[in-house]
Design a binder for this molecule. Structure first.
Ligand SMILES: [Zn+2]
Length: 274
């Protein structure tokens, strides 16, 4: 028996059992929300972290890290897999105060000279701080270089960012975490420069069943959604594989062409490999 024989017959058997829905389960994943931050470095070498992504079927991923050196460690090992985003945080303490610190804008501007980044973020921000000079400067830098901003913000704040900085493409982390499907859909209708990733959104498919409200938005805007894991603490690396399996489970409940775009196609189109 050749090495391929058993695989081919397994695939054929699954095709009979699963029909067209199986295809979604096999799609490569573009993960729009990975961090490789300082505490992760002791637990996982760059190759160890990359092998976790590979086992999960994540073929490419947006990576940002605190500090940014973590992103560059992964990027240098795997430039065709890692889509580097420049996180403005030098330390974890910057998370809550970066928008008020002119040093952050200088730090971002200096790092951007490397020319490898495809976006700035993920960052956290409240609506009241959208007009801070540091935020404006970072939005200018993004517009000049055609970079995405990856924003972990609520619905009010994403709307304000989109109105203030109409030239910038926004990737909305966690679909705002608390924004419901209707709100997300309304914003996608109104703002063509908004994309949405769904890391940690268990409400998309409670108990594994795709929610009808979310399904309707995916069908209306199949080109605007991506999936993600968010390794925001080191322990999250242990669940990348199972979280990605859960995502494939709800993707398989969508029409195959829509599932393919959300799983892989949108990320691959927006961030072509170098
Ligand atoms: Zn995150």
């Amino acid at each position: 028996m050749t090495a391929r024989g058993p695989l081919v017959s397994l695939a054929a058997a699954l095709l009979v059992l699963g029909g067209p829905r199986l295809a979604a389960a096999q799609y490569p994943i573009f993960d729009a929300h990975i961090h490789y931050s300082r505490p992760d470095w002791d637990a996982y070498t760059p190759d160890g972290a990359l092998s976790i992504l590979a086992r999960a079927g994540v073929h490419r991923a947006i990576v940002s890290s605190t500090p940014d050196d973590g992103t560059l460690k992964l990027y240098e090992r795997a430039p065709k897999i890692v889509v580097p985003f420049l996180r403005p945080y030098r330390t974890r303490e910057d998370l809550s105060r970066w928008h008020g610190d002119a040093g952050v804008a200088a730090h971002v501007e200096e790092r951007l000279r490397r020319g490898v980044y495809r976006g700035i973020g993920e960052f956290h921000l409240d609506a009241a701080d959208v007009d801070a000079p540091v935020v404006r400067r970072i939005a200018e830098l993004a517009a000049e270089r055609d970079l995405f901003l990856h924003a972990h913000v609520d619905a009010e704040t994403i709307e304000k960012l989109l109105v203030r900085f109409p030239k910038v493409r926004l990737l909305w982390a966690h679909a705002g975490m608390s924004a419901d499907a209707r709100t997300v859909g309304r914003l996608l209708d109104r703002f063509p420069k908004l994309w949405v990733e769904l890391a940690l959104r268990g409400d998309v498919a409670p108990g594994g069943r795709l929610d009808p409200e979310w399904r309707a938005r995916f069908l209306r805007h199949p080109d605007r959604f991506m999936v993600g894991t968010d390794t925001w603490v080191t322990s999250r690396w242990e669940v990348v594989e199972s979280a990605t399996r859960d995502v494939r489970q709800w993707l398989s409940q969508l029409p195959a062409d829509v599932a393919e775009q959300i799983a892989w196609g949108n990320g691959a189109r927006l961030f072509p490999a170098p």
